[in-house]
Design a protein around this ligand. Structure first.
Ligand SMILES: [Zn+2]
Length: 108
């Protein structure tokens, strides 16, 4: 397998560390897959995040602290929630701060 750009450099570093070609290929493939994944993740979220960030704190807090959990009813999102955009607006996805259940909140 031929590597280009930063992968070429990476492959050289792996070889320097004593990795054989099979291992080098394995590492680079993993790296590429990871990159592909985060690229997709980044583009889907970026727009939504921009809109989200443009809202005043008060509005964001309202959504973050008025989510519905099937176990705890009205609850808040735990740290590390995601913002996604769909046809109706933004959707906050994350976990319930009280029990950890997966929850989502539509922001219309
Ligand atoms: Zn809960």
């Amino acid at each position: 397998m031929k590597y280009t750009g930063k992968y070429k450099k990476m492959a050289e570093d792996f070889r320097k560390d004593g990795a054989d070609e099979v291992l080098v290929e394995k590492f680079i493939r993993e790296e590429m897959e990871q990159e592909e994944f985060s690229k997709e993740y980044g583009t889907t979220d970026l727009n939504a995040y921009r809109i989200w960030e443009s809202w005043p704190d008060k509005r964001r807090d309202l959504y973050l602290h008025n989510a519905f959990c099937p176990n705890c009813h009205v609850t808040s999102f735990a740290e590390g929630f995601n913002i996604r955009q769909d046809a109706y607006g933004l959707i906050v996805e994350g976990n319930c701060i009280k029990c950890g259940h997966k929850i989502a909140r539509c922001c219309d």
